[in-house]
Design a protein around this ligand. Structure first.
Ligand code: DHB
Ligand code: FE
Length: 284
């Protein structure tokens, strides 16, 4: 039987790609952030997920302001990493898990969600950065990928509850999958940051702490704010926490927090990394 073995939740700042390329992991600016991935690197080494299901937001690479799906699920044979304009070095192409993608799509549509299905899709820093931090330096990714895109970019945004419910529906799809894969979920983006407008540079450590503290034990506490409340609290890009909320929804059973790191700032972002393990894995 396949199993959701754990979840990685992490910010996805593009500048991380240049820091990796330049080997700045021990640099005083970067070290407090990279160190947060030490337990993650150790955990993926021993837990060996075969599949990673990533909830993230596209940043204008596949979907621009003229066409913006609320939810889009990849069902492609592979996903090349592309750079939407930061001048970033690229990571290896990800292999897809098409059968599992279609199983998830069929299952969430039966559950009355209406995702766009993407048989061709590229992936930007929003997907690649946390995976490159968890599996540094690989020439081939040792897992297959299912990407799930949530619109955190163009209003109107989905509600936190809708994203959590989508995650729950994905979790049910994973529970009914007939394979024997070890599945890790991942939610990327956040925490508080705002890149544009009069409030550019806005951060909110109090809201960030609230999210980190509740993620493992009471994720539904994060549903008490609307998406517009979150924009107000966490900034116009801080609303990327919707991806964390989706991924957390996909972890149906009880979870244990294995590690948590919070560091301000990385570029313009309050950067956080949280690793959760499914309790049945801890007991096995
Ligand atoms: C930054 C953060 C992001 O989430 C992003 O998508 C782009 C840039 C930043 O802090 O620079
Ligand atoms: Fe982003």
């Amino acid at each position: 039987m396949s199993k959701v073995i754990g979840g990685l939740f992490s910010s996805h700042v593009p500048a991380i790609g240049n820091a990796i390329a330049k080997g700045l992991q021990q640099d005083p600016y970067w070290k407090p952030f990279f160190d947060g991935f030490d337990p993650v690197k150790e955990w993926v080494k021993q837990a060996k997920p075969d599949v990673v299901v990533v909830f993230y937001n596209d940043h204008g690479l596949n979907f621009f302001l003229d066409k913006m799906p609320t939810f889009a699920i990849g069902a492609a044979p592979e996903y090349a990493n592309e750079d939407e304009g930061w001048g970033l070095p690229l990571f290896p192409t990800f292999q897809g898990h098409q059968d599992l993608s279609w199983h998830i799509i069929e299952s969430v549509i039966a559950d009355e969600f209406d995702p766009v299905t993407c048989q061709k899709m590229t992936v930007d820093h929003g997907l690649a950065m946390p995976l490159a931090l968890a599996w540094p330096g690989v020439s081939e990714w040792p897992f297959k990928l299912v990407p799930i895109n949530i619109n955190t970019v163009q209003h109107p945004l989905p509600s936190p509850k809708r994203c959590f419910d989508l995650g729950r529906a994905v979790g049910r799809a994973l529970a009914s999958w007939g394979g024997d894969e070890r599945i890790m979920v991942c939610g990327t983006g956040g925490l508080s940051h705002q890149l544009d407008g009069e409030r550019a540079g806005h951060l909110n450590p109090e809201y960030d702490r609230f999210c980190i503290d509740n993620l493992s034990r009471d994720p539904e506490a994060l549903l008490n704010h609307s998406s517009l409340d979150i924009v107000e609290l966490a900034g116009s890009q801080g609303v990327e926490i919707l991806n964390w909320i989706g991924a957390r929804g996909a972890m149906l059973g009880s979870v244990k927090e294995l590690s948590s790191n919070y560091h301000i700032p990385i570029s313009n972002t309050a950067a956080a990394t949280v690793l959760l393990e499914s309790c049945e894995m801890a007991e096995a």
